[in-house]
Design a protein around this ligand. Sequence first.
Ligand SMILES: [Zn+2]
Length: 343
Amino acid sequence: MQIFHRYTELLERLDAKGHSYQILGCAPDGQPLVCVRAGGDKTPAILISAGSHSTEQAGVSAAMELIDTLDTDHQVYIIPCRDPIGLNGFAYALSLSLGEVPQLADKEAAIELLRARGEILHEEEDLLVALIGEHGYFSRVRHGWSIEKAPALEPLRGRRVYCMAGSEKIEGSALLQRAYSLIVDPEGQILHINRFHDTAWAPVEARVTRDLMAQVEPALTLDLHEHGGDGFWFSARHQGTEVDQQWEQRMADAIIGAVEKAGVELMPDDYLPGSFFTKSRNSVYWLDPRKRGEGFNLSDFGAVTYGPAFTIETGMPMGFANRVAASVLAARTAIGVFEQRYL
Ligand SMILES: [Zn+2]
């Protein structure tokens, strides 16, 4: 189990372990978005992805562990990190505009630098928005925002925004250790990297994933995420055919059974991640992306287009090793049931 502080460390680890990878495309800073082939040659294929939200690093480490250890006859395509810039952190994200990596002692120093070097577009209580070079910078993550709601953000249209993110209490994602990436699309919506999977205009991260999926047609998609709460949960999506739905349900039952048996904390009775989810039991939620809006995320797109898909969410306060272990266990368990389907 390893925490990656730089994306180059992740690539070096793949090399060191003898894993070759395919370069699907490049992030805007030129870093390669890579996919590692694991498993055997049997179809249908499985897709595993992580790291679209850079603060959720246990998913990345879990994907890397799965690359090393997953044993299945099925073809497995693993994209361990969908946001290399975000993984590298806020100072790195600033370097894309400044030409050098600034030394940032703390959040105050980072804000001072935004004021000194940036064009300030918007300011409110705890949120500063600056444009430096080609990129936007937020002093915190803000979801559900758009140029329509905040016309002062017009200069950010079509640009990337990097947010100061993280918490000192979260192992692997202390404040400024990661940069949370947002994208301002041509229509002025401000969305994160796990969106745009079904839209004509899409950032490179979503386009390369969509291209890969079209090639390999994954009959199971697993996207490894994390959330700020204490326990483990995952989302599934109701399937279009009865047989897919039965297997999705079977995988869902197996995942929650295995995780519970391992002693991982689940979510409390009254927890629901959002109004667009329905609950079948604690920690198992069924997501309807059309009710949510913002288009499809990776699992939504996989579920509608190719077959069962799960978004796994480990609780960030659980401790890094526990988070990785829970994520790996959930993925392995789903794959175990998937293998039964295609015996
Ligand atoms: Zn996430």
